[in-house]
Design a protein around this ligand. Structure first.
Ligand code: PAF
Length: 286
């Protein structure tokens, strides 16, 4: 497996694959890989002739005061993990390579998908994500790109740019991979103290409660959201950022819970921000 760090090298490599009729799968990551990422690499390996895993802690998607500087970075370990999954190439550029002097373009997705949920507390986050993902799609022109459901809002933003900007890339979203106690795998889980780690599964427990409430027929969003908030508040150390129930395709608020319903949560546990979600198919008219 090769590691390349320049745009010129990755473009030459991928262009050759395309010329030879190979299909290309891209797994965009910020490194600090865990089982969730590896699951994406395995799916890409199965679906595509060639697999690129990008490792790039993208500065433009972090707001001031967020964890850009302390975001875990371990290229050696990530390389070992990716090699074990038999990916073909790691693309690990520097920030200067991705954003050279004079860089002055960004991709903005409309407010319906970006000025809600995580977009409210993370100004410019989705603009940073959309811009870097678009750059990666332009560079590699993959037939498929693989993302995890944990970052649900991100997957909608990426699907939007892939379709609107005619990339021809199929955005594949795979289910969230969880620890045995339900905590969604995330590179940021490494920040949790022992006590916070013990409390963190409450987030998924609150989502499972929401699922149960929907299964027994609750269709009033307020009742559902109140129950989820109440469950989260049983842990005094959990600070709720948002609890949302939305149309899973458009992120519109729902007057009645029906169709594909996204229930999403963002909390702070100490200084660590955790997000998680479930999507429930609620029969219409029931
Ligand atoms: O999900 C992530 O790790 C990042 O947001 C992504 C998609 C790699 C863009 O930097």
């Amino acid at each position: 497996m090769k590691t390349v760090s320049t745009l010129k090298e990755i473009r030459a490599l991928v262009d050759r694959w395309h010329r030879n009729g190979k299909t290309v799968g891209l797994v965009p990551t910020m490194g600090a890989l865990h089982e969730g990422h590896l699951h994406l690499v395995r799916a890409a390996r199965q679906a595509c002739d060639r697999v690129v895993v990008s490792l790039f802690v993208n500065p433009t998607q972090f707001s001031a005061g967020e964890d850009f500087a302390k975001y875990p970075r371990d290229l050696k370990k990530d390389t070992r993990l990716v090699a074990a999954e038999k990916a073909d190439v790691i693309f690990a550029p520097t920030a200067e390579e991705m954003y050279p002097a004079g860089f002055d373009t960004s991709v903005t997705v409309g407010p319906a998908l970006t000025q809600t949920m995580c977009g409210l507390s993370r100004p410019n986050h989705f603009q940073g994500v959309a811009t870097v993902v678009m750059k990666l799609l332009n560079l590699m022109r993959p037939q498929q790109a693989f993302f995890g459901q944990k970052d649900y809002q991100q997957t909608l933003v990426v699907k939007r740019i892939a379709a609107d900007l005619n990339t021809g890339c199929d955005i594949v979203v795979l289910p969230t991979v969880r620890e045995a106690d339900g905590l969604a795998k995330s590179s940021r889980n490494a920040y949790l103290s022992e006590e916070e780690r013990r409390l963190a599964p409450s987030v998924y427990q609150a989502l499972k409660l929401a699922d149960g409430i929907l299964q027994v027929g609750e269709r009033n969003p307020k009742e559902l959201l109140d129950a989820v908030r109440k469950r989260l508040k049983t842990e005094s150390k959990i600070e709720i950022e948002y609890v949302a129930a939305k149309n899973a395709e458009t992120l519109e608020d729902l007057l009645i819970l029906s169709g594909r319903v996204l229930v999403a949560v963002a909390v702070k546990l100490g200084s660590t921000r955790l997000i998680d979600n479930i999507v429930v198919d609620v029969p219409t008219g029931s």
